[in-house]
Design a protein around this ligand. Structure first.
Ligand SMILES: [Zn+2]
Length: 338
């Protein structure tokens, strides 16, 4: 039983530049059309920290369309969930640009009270856009995927209704933000945990559903589509600052491995690559068809240029009789099974 969970990180660029209309609203609107047409739904990881700051400082009129889009998505059964880049939580807008707090990249490095404050702000923002005063999210993804150490973060997530985390990508390593997922459990597609999101516990209070990755030889990553997406991103990022350049050097170090974990990314992969990966999963699933296996896909609104490939891939999944669902739907299914 494979369950394909599409997740979209819904946000502008990491350095605070880019427009809400171009990088968030428009690409998501086209993606929504595809999902409506095929009557399936996805999980929208809303970067609530940047959205609420943009709304508070009134720096981009596109935010109104974004908030209306979020309301409609929630109304129509798409899942909204917090995705917090903590460097935005105390951001200030000075001299026509965002001053982000670069020391707060990894939510795991923050004290418990700060985590609670940021989570509360995030849930409040989702309550505002859904127009539901008691809205509680079910799933969570940390900004830049970084949430280590996390024993103090998990009870706070739990307090706000969150039961599923999807921050881990197996084999992941990003030195500059101290992210290290190389010790993630190798086999299972999901696991319960309480203290450490990399340590499965039978009676854990949360479930980790990692972003699906496969190890790929580094030279195979140089696919035409990935390069085009990277170029387009860089055009949009022309205001890159020194910190980002430093980050890139660290990033090259992280990638200086012969095999690198490749996320199942519907913005960066071409159709053939996604179908090959899926074909292998279907074969594997046939050995234990009664076990529920979440396959979490990732995309970013700011990288979503090729909607045609996305639609072809969805058609392929449906043709193969695969199920596309949200975390809320798979959670219900798991609860019912137990
Ligand atoms: Zn993000």
């Amino acid at each position: 039983m494979l369950r394909f969970i599409f997740t979209l990180d819904y946000e502008i660029l990491g350095n605070g530049t880019g427009s809400m209309e171009e990088l968030v609203f428009a690409p998501a609107e086209k993606m929504n059309d595809i999902f409506y047409r095929h009557n399936v739904r996805y999980v929208n990881f809303v970067e609530t920290a940047e959205m609420s700051k943009v709304s508070q400082f009134n720096t981009d009129s596109g935010i109104h369309a974004v908030e209306e889009q979020l309301f409609q998505m929630h109304r129509d059964g798409f899942e909204l969930a917090p995705h917090i880049h903590t460097q935005w939580c105390k951001a200030q807008y000075l001299n026509d640009r965002w001053q982000l707090n670069r020391s707060e990249f990894n939510i795991g490095k923050l004290p418990t009270e700060t985590v609670r404050e940021y989570l509360r702000d995030s849930v409040d923002y989702l309550r505002k856009v859904t127009r539901e005063p008691d809205f509680l999210p079910l799933s969570f993804r940390a900004g830049t995927w970084a949430m280590q150490p996390c024993s103090h973060v998990i009870p706070v997530l739990h307090e706000f209704g969150i039961r599923i985390d999807s921050s881990v990508f197996k084999g992941g390593r990003q030195r500059e933000i101290e992210l290290d997922y190389r010790k993630a459990p190798a086999a299972p597609f999901m696991w319960k945990f309480t203290e450490d999101l990399l340590r499965p516990e039978h009676n854990g209070i949360m479930i980790e559903m990692p972003i699906y990755t496969e190890k790929k030889a580094i030279w195979k990553l140089l696919k035409a589509k990935r390069i085009t997406t990277f170029k387009k991103m860089n055009e949009a990022k022309k205001e890159g600052d020194e910190k980002i350049k430093q980050g890139k050097i660290q990033g090259y170090l992280d990638k200086m491995r012969l095999f690198y974990p490749t996320k199942l990314d519907f913005c960066k992969m071409d159709l053939e690559e996604m179908q090959e990966m899926t074909g292998r999963l279907i074969k594997l699933d046939n050995k234990t068809p009664n076990t529920i296996k979440p396959i979490v896909l990732i995309g970013h609104s700011k990288n979503l240029f090729d909607h045609e490939t996305l639609e072809k891939y969805i058609k392929y999944l449906l043709h193969e009789k695969q199920i596309i669902c949200t975390f809320r739907e798979i959670y219900k299914e798991i609860e019912n099974k137990n």
